[in-house]
Design a protein around this ligand. Structure first.
Ligand SMILES: NC(=O)C1=CN([C@@H]2O[C@H](COP(=O)(O)OP(=O)(O)OC[C@H]3O[C@@H](n4cnc5c(N)ncnc54)[C@H](O)[C@@H]3O)[C@@H](O)[C@H]2O)C=CC1
Ligand SMILES: N[C@@H](CC=O)C(=O)O
Ligand code: NA
Length: 427
């Protein structure tokens, strides 16, 4: 039985899928008895199909794929939530199975497309949407389901991890690091999604939904990106024994789900602190399994296409064997999302302040007034410029109290020389 594939999107990931198919199609048949055939490809750019030697399969109109009765699996690799949603919905409605790498779609319209797939008795698989080539959705939906998952935490955006690594290791500026990430095919077409944390937010929404059996959407995730991370903060963190990473964090608490994405200071000894470059790593903690960590390349043609083609072959296997679809939606609960103001963690706060007597004492008074206990403070700066940087690390404090400290210090007369830099600290 030949399973026919329709590929919508032949860019970085779609191109990677064509490469894998061309290289390993015969192996799939020999090793696993799975016979897949690329029947049609669609994109806005015929040159991409030409470059992969599949011009004969090319169409500009994805309707030629979703309406083709011979196609069994539609692979959506265009991204975004408008046309991509239409591709996925119309493919499912036409009775096709769907494989997608689209985290934005799954984190906003996940419920809709999962329910539609269930209604149509078809599969929708999306392993590439989180952690690129790292198997993480499949383990959460299969190997780990005997656990109550308590926490999922990790580095899930390759672009920003690559940028931060390059800024630290080679002193690249933010713009140089971004340009390099784009040239290497890691960053999304619009890098806003990467640098402002929305890509990571979509990914943690997907993981939290599966891990906690409760729907978490992109809008539920408190999200901060890396635009404000300076080389000064990276250097100061280094001096203090920390690294700065963009972490995606989801904890199950007795009161609900704590889910957020923000730059985070990690002690250098923390295992996530050594995850550099385009690599991603995700920690999952379960009540039976304890701590597990999944590591690999989270972005780029090969890693993402590896996950897409893994899904394609699994769906093709089910079709070949005539077995029922894989696990569908498992969001049986409706847990509340906790407001970030209730968060309790440690904080790094760097103030650029006037270098004169009384400033440190006045600031200490503000910290004390709001019950925020200081663990360490480091002074860096050049008194010739009449400004010094005071970098505090607090003990565990409530987010609302830290915000009160920031507001009150901002109101101290002629003290602050710039917006403070605030980074939450883990571990
Ligand atoms: N680049 C990466 O490392 C990874 C990307 N992803 C996801 O994979 C998906 C694809 O990403 P990339 O391959 O990087 O994007 P890309 O920008 O390289 O390719 C997009 C493709 O979609 C086509 N396309 C766009 N709009 C279209 C339309 N209206 N009709 C027909 N074709 C259209 C383009 O012509 C192009 O062929 C996205 O959802 C992305 O989030 C997931 C994991 C890693
Ligand atoms: N832009 C993403 C890749 C796709 O998921 C990243 O940088 O991790
Ligand atoms: Na993955």
């Amino acid at each position: 039985m030949t399973i026919k594939l329709g590929l919508v999107g032949t860019g970085t990931v779609g191109g990677g899928c064509i490469d894998i198919l061309q290289k390993h199609k015969e192996d799939f048949k020999r090793h696993y008895g799975i016979d897949v055939e690329l029947a049609r490809v669609c994109s806005r750019d015929p040159k991409q199909a030409e470059a992969h030697g599949v011009s004969d399969l090319f169409t500009l109109d994805y309707h030629d794929i979703v309406n083709d009765p011979d196609i069994d699996i539609v692979i959506e690799l265009i991204g975004g939530t408008t046309v991509a949603r239409d591709v996925v919905v119309s493919a499912l409605e036409a009775g096709k199975n769907v494989v997608t790498a689209n985290k934005a779609l799954m984190a906003t319209h996940g419920e809709e497309v999962m329910h539609l797939a269930e209604k149509m008795n078809r599969e929708i698989a999306f392993e590439a949407s989180v952690g690129g080539g790292i198997p993480i959705i499949d383990p959460l939906k299969h190997s780990l389901i005997s656990n109550e998952i308590t926490s999922v935490m990790g580095i899930v955006n390759g672009t920003t991890n690559y940028m931060l690594t390059r800024m630290v290791d080679d002193n690249l500026s933010y713009d140089e690091a971004l340009k390099e990430a784009q040239e290497r095919g890691f960053a999304e077409a619009d890098p806003t999604a990467d640098v402002d944390g929305f890509d990571a937010a979509a990914k943690i929404a997907i993981l939290a939904s599966i891990a906690f059996n409760s729907r978490v959407t992109l809008d539920d995730v408190h999200t901060e990106g890396i635009r404000n991370i300076t080389t000064l903060d990276l250097d100061t963190a280094d001096d203090m024994g920390y690294v700065i990473k963009l972490l995606a964090i989801a904890h199950r608490t007795p009161d609900g789900i704590d889910v957020r994405v923000h730059p985070t200071m990690l002690p250098k000894a923390h295992q996530l602190a050594t995850v550099n470059g385009v690599f991603n790593a995700i920690y999952v903690t379960g009540d039976a399994v304890g701590e597990t960590m999944f590591f690999g390349e989270g972005a780029g043609a090969g890693p993402a296409a590896s996950a897409v083609m893994g899904d394609v072959l699994e769906v093709a296997r089910h079709l070949t064997l005539g077995v029922s679809p894989i696990v569908g939606c498992t969001c049986t609960d409706n847990l509340p999302i906790l407001p970030v103001e209730d968060l309790q963690t440690k904080y790094y706060i760097r103030f650029a302040v006037a270098d004169r007597s009384g400033v440190l004492a006045a600031m200490a008074g503000v910290f004390a007034k709001h019950g925020v206990s200081v663990r360490s403070v480091v002074q860096r700066g050049n008194s010739e410029h009449e400004t010094v940087n005071l970098s505090y690390v607090t003990h565990t404090a409530k987010e609302a109290s830290v915000r009160a400290v920031l507001a009150e210090i901002a109101g101290l007369e002629d003290v602050l020389r710039a917006e403070p830099s605030v980074i939450r600290v883990e571990g």
